[in-house]
Design a protein around this ligand. Sequence first.
Ligand code: GLU
Length: 415
Amino acid sequence: MTTLNPFKIAQEQLDAAAQRLGLDSATHELLRWPQKELIVTIPIQMDDGKVRVFHGYRVQYNYARGPAKGGLRWHPEETIDTVRALAAWMTWKTAVVDIPLGGGKGGVTCNPKEMSETEKQRLARGYIRAVASMLSVTKDVPAPDVYTTPQIMAWMMDEYETLVGEHHPGVITGKPIPLGGSEGRGDATARGGIYVTREAAKVLGIDLREKTMAIQGFGNAGQHAALLGHELLGLKLVAVSDSRGGIYNPKGMDVKQAVDYKLRTGRLEGFPGAESISNEELLQLDVTVLFPSALENTITSSNAGKIRCKISCELANGPTTPEADDILYQNGVFVLPDFLANAGGVTVSYFEQVQNTYNFYWPLDEVHRRLDEKMTRAFHGVYQLYLKEKVTMRQAAYLVSVARVAEACKLRGWV
Ligand code: GLU
C-alpha cells in the first residue's frame, strides 16, 4: 500500500477539469471540499465482553443535484481522507450517469475479517446511531462498498427505522431483496462495467470474443466481472488475484469454478490447473481487458509503463494515479475511468430507491434494460468529449460531471 493521499489526488483531478472548463474561483473552491462531514467514535462490546472503540466517518461531498449517495467501507486503513476522496468520486459518478443524486461516502476503520457476525451487527447498529442525524431518504443514502454486505445494510436499515419509528427502506440501498432490495443490485457494479467495455470495444474496433481478461481484486465486483465478462462478452479469464496473490492460466480458467473456489475457501491459491502469479505480474499481462477491481493507487508511475492491456476497465475506485494516467494515455491504453466504469452499482441503487418510494418492484430484465441505457448513454457522452477535446477518458468524464454539478450549484444561487 502506498502513502499517496487519495483526497489530494481527487482535488488535483478536479483542479485540471476546473481549469479546462474555466470555472470561476468560488465554484472551483466549493467543489474542492466536502459540504458536510461527521467523524464519530463508536464503542462496541466485543464477544469477549471487552469494549472496543471504533472510528467512523460520513462525508456528504456535494448535494446540489440531490441527496448525498454513496457506500460504506469497513477497512483497516480507512481514514477521513480516503472517505473524502471516495465521496468526491461519488459526486462525479452520480453526475456522469445523470441520476438526480449527490455524492457521499462513509466508513469505519476496522477489520471485518477478524470480527464475528454478532460483532458486525453491533457495529452496524452503533454506526447508524452515531450518524443518524446525517441520514434520511431526502438527505443522504448509504449503500455497500468494500467489506460491507446486504446483511449489514439490513441491520442498518432496521436500526434507522427503529430510531425514527417508521418504515424508510429507501434510507439505504443494496438491501437483501426480501427487505426492499432491487433485483439486479448484486452484480450491478460489474454489469455496468461490462456494458461500457462492450461500447469501448465497438468504438475501438475490437472483437472481444475469445479474447483475454485479467482481474485484480476478487470481491463482489471482480467475481461478477469474471462471470459477466465471460457470459456477455465471451472473454476468457486468464488471471485473477486477491489481496494474498493470484492465479494464472494462459489457456483460460473456468470462471464459475474460480468464483466457487474463492467463495468456498476464501482464497485463490491452490486453484487446480493454474500457476501462481503476483498482483504486480497480473497487472502487466498482455491481455485485452484488465479489470482493476480492488483498492485505490494500484496503477502508479512505477508500474504504468509496463501495463500492456488494450482496455483498463476500472471497477475499483481510484486505482490509477494522475501520473499513471498520463503514461497509459501516451501508451495507447484505453482507460474506462472508475467513476464511469463502476457507476452501475449506484445506478441500480437509485433504481432501488425509486422502487422503495413507489413501493412497487421491477422485474430483473427491466433493471438490466434501464441500466444498459444509462451506462451506454454515459459512455458515449464521455467518449464524444474525449474525441473532441483530445484528453484522457478520465478528464473527459470530469468535464461532463463537473460541468453538471457546477451548473446545479449556480442554479441554486450558491456561487
Ligand atoms: N459503493 C458503490 C460505489 O462506490 C455503490 C454506491 C451506492 O450504491 O450508493 O459506487
